[in-house]
Design a protein around this ligand. Structure first.
Ligand SMILES: Nc1ncnc2c1ncn2[C@@H]1O[C@H](COP(=O)(O)OP(=O)(O)O)[C@@H](O)[C@H]1O
Ligand SMILES: [Mg+2]
Length: 427
């Protein structure tokens, strides 16, 4: 098999790492990749959003399978273009990717399929949105309809905050077209977990569940980030709950999409809130999370490439995906100043020592090579994943590897997994 992974983050390094170990693999490319993927695959200088160039490359290189990492190429039609070229792509069509590309579309699918989610309304008009907030009061959640790179949601504790969000999105156009329409929904309370399923249009198999840590600081303080760490399995969401969630949030969505002649192929990520009245859908994503991929893939026992091919060929009913009975903890190493203005160019050492820590894996994201040395070149720079028979062991492995990385701008949370550990000990 000749495989092309699309993307350049830690998630894509983890995908490359998992696929590189497949007995089916003949040749692996990553476009555009990073210095981590370069150790496992051939990096190709094509941007993840350059659909035409990706198709031309896949044709020329006789690629058997394209594995998209991020959502934007899917929303832009990568899977459709590959389908036209007769090349398998383990991701949804642009139409089905609207599950992530439009919050209102996802909500419509939920309502049509009876999937529990917060009560909502969609607005294309700011005055109507403001009026709705005045009638409903706070707390209330305002969401830009379109893709906003994780910056399109305001959980407003006051009406003034909700009004400000509506102004920013709909009148000041701060999110461009993404904020031209908004979804306003009821505010839910509970722990958040993420469920990952591999789908072939009609069938779905569970890959695993994780809980991410979005805030910058220990104790879930500070600004939101792309994710500072993740833990799997999440406390309070056991195998039975995960299986039930597959029936509540994944299979009905696939069926509703199929009814609309949109076959959902690829990774479906259901973001759930575990409320007092049961789990509710917060959002769908149409790809792996980052750093959830780095957390879940090291635990897979089933060959990932075989599974992705089965999804593309509509044969998931013949396979199951086995996870090792291990806990996994991922810690993101970010550059000082992230997520605002961060340092670039500082040299990162100790990567071999970190990778040599037993039961730890190091994934690159924002790195570059300068004069033969690995240097920081982004906000989230590395992800370290530790695995072990329990959360304590997984944390120990992860933080040993974190400590082995020598880098003056290194910044990381010290508490990834502690909350889950406290929950586990209570129950
Ligand atoms: N209805 C809701 N009630 C409470 N919190 C919410 C609600 N919807 C979203 N959130 C919070 O906002 C975060 C971001 O919302 P989400 O829909 O996942 O958007 P995105 O990931 O695209 O930014 C969620 O992870 C959750 O913490
Ligand atoms: Mg989200």
């Amino acid at each position: 098999m000749r495989v092309l992974i699309v993307g350049s983050g830690g998630r894509e390094h983890a995908l490359a790492w998992a696929i590189a170990s497949s007995p089916l693999l003949v040749k692996l490319f990553v476009a555009p990749g990073n210095p981590g993927t370069a150790t496992l695959a051939e990096n190709v200088p094509i941007g993840a959003l350059d659909v035409a160039a990706l198709v031309a490359f896949a044709r020329a290189q006789k690629i058997d399978l394209v594995v998209p990492g991020p959502e934007a190429p899917l929303v832009a039609g990568l899977a459709d273009a590959m389908a036209v070229a007769g090349i398998r792509c383990c991701g949804p069509s642009a139409a089905a990717a609207q599950l992530e590309g439009s919050k209102a579309f996802a909500k419509e699918i939920c309502d049509a399929a009876g999937i529990p989610t917060a009560a909502w309304e969609r607005f294309d008009d700011a005055a109507a949105a403001l009026d709705f907030v005045a009638r409903r009061g706070a707390p209330i959640v305002v969401k830009a309809d379109g893709l906003a790179a994780g910056k399109g949601v305001v959980v407003a504790q006051t009406e003034a905050d909700a009004n400000a969000a509506i102004h920013a999105m709909m009148r000041a156009h701060e999110m461009g077209d993404a904020g031209a329409s908004v979804v306003i929904e009821a505010c839910l309370e509970g722990d958040e977990v993420s469920l990952f399923a591999l789908c072939d249009g009609t069938d779905a198999v569970l890959i695993g569940a994780a809980q991410d840590h979005k805030r910058l600081g220990d104790g879930d303080t500070g600004p939101n980030t792309g994710g500072m760490g993740a833990v799997s399995p999440p406390a309070g969401f056991d195998a039975a709950a995960q299986a039930q969630a597959m029936d509540m949030f994944v299979r009905p969505a696939l069926a509703e999409l199929a009814r609309r002649e949109m076959m959902f192929r690829g990774i479906l990520f259901a973001g759930l809130m575990l409320t007092e009245s049961g789990p509710k859908l917060i959002e769908y994503n149409v790809r792996f999370g980052d750093p959830e991929a780095q957390t879940l893939l090291p635990r897979l026992r089933t060959d990932l490439l075989t599974s992705l091919l089965a999804a593309c060929d509509g044969e998931l009913k013949h396979i199951s995906i086995e996870q090792a009975p291990l806990a996994a903890v991922s810690v993101v190493l970010a550059a000082r100043g992230y997520p605002v203005a961060y340092e670039k160019g500082s040299v990162i050492g100790g990567l071999e020592a970190a990778a040599a820590v037993p039961h730890a894996a190091v994934f690159h994201a924002g790195t570059d090579i300068k004069n033969g040395l690995v240097v920081a070149n982004g906000g989230r720079v590395l992800t370290v994943c530790g695995t072990g028979p329990d959360l304590t062991a997984a944390r120990t492995a992860a933080y040993r590897a974190v400590e082995a990385v020598t880098w003056e701008d290194k910044m990381f949370r010290t508490d990834i997994g502690l909350r889950a550990l406290a929950r586990t000990q209570l129950s």
